[in-house]
Design a protein around this ligand. Structure first.
Ligand code: PGA
Length: 254
């Protein structure tokens, strides 16, 4: 079993006061146990505050997105170097909301992953199929092309730093979760794909999180699956108790 990684994607939610409060509650509520890795992903404007609050804790702080360029005339954008500078260690790349609403392509995602690694940030690469793709039995095809495109040109040593989040789009924010078996099946496929593209070592090192309506009730069953190494949690990460309950479930399987 691998050390599980539970990440909270706060999306575009919370006031500054609420974000600070949530970070403090998570920090205070975490047992000393090093058994599970925990990370929070606040909105850009709160990152520095949350990094400061959690600087002496074991909770990672990361961004929900970043730009692939180093610096320059990119109004409204944030670079990997800036994220590193304020203390972020992680960054979510290719979330389905970025792919769908902001038309991020696999090639953009690939450039962002390279820029993140260049800046010593650990990327969480999100992949997952839409409902119509699952219905058309195209889940593997879609996930395979997201992995090939997103990881194009990366070496085994680099991909080992990645976390992959399998997030079926139809399960995000809908209350519909993949069954543990459905999720595990895709995780096995992702692991095998990494083995054939890279090597055993890379396939073994990479943690594969499940995401999509994870909550304190369904976490146990999902995290208990052999190939699920953690969760990327949206809605349920906005409440300290639910998030901490998910972390406690993960402790059993780390
Ligand atoms: P959800 O979001 O837990 O609210 O479904 C997950 C995500 O988008 O990462």
């Amino acid at each position: 079993m691998k050390k599980q990684f539970i990440a909270g994607n706060w999306k575009m939610n919370l006031s500054l006061g609420e974000a600070r409060g949530l970070a403090r509650k998570i920090c205070d509520g975490l047992a000393d146990s090093e058994a599970v890795d925990v990370g929070v992903f606040p909105s850009f404007v709160y990152l520095k505050d949350i990094c400061d609050i959690l600087s002496d804790s074991k909770v990672f702080v990361g961004a929900q997105n970043m730009n692939m360029e180093k610096c320059g005339a990119f109004t409204g954008e944030v670079s990997g170097e800036m994220l590193k500078d304020i203390g972020c260690t992680h960054v979510i790349i290719g979330h389905s909301e970025r792919r769908t609403i902001y038309q991020e392509t696999n090639s953009m995602i690939n450039s962002k992953i390279k820029a993140a690694l260049f800046n010593d940030l650990n990327p969480i690469l999100c992949v997952g199929e839409r409902q119509e793709e699952r219905d058309a039995d195209k889940t593997r095809e879609v996930v395979e092309s997201q992995l090939s495109g997103g990881l194009d040109g990366l070496k085994s040593e680099q991909v080992k730093r990645l976390t992959i989040a399998y997030e079926p789009v139809w399960a995000i924010g809908t209350g519909k979760t993949a069954t543990p078996e459905q999720a595990n099946e895709v995780h096995v496929f992702i692991r095998n794909t990494m083995r054939s593209k890279y090597d055993n070592d890379a396939a073994h090192c990479i943690r594969i999180q499940y995401g999509g309506s994870v909550n304190s009730k369904n976490a146990k069953e999902l995290l208990g699956q052999p190939e699920i190494d953690g969760a990327l949690v949206g809605g349920a990460s906005l409440d300290a108790n639910s998030f901490l309950n998910i972390v406690s479930e993960a402790v059993r399987f780390s």
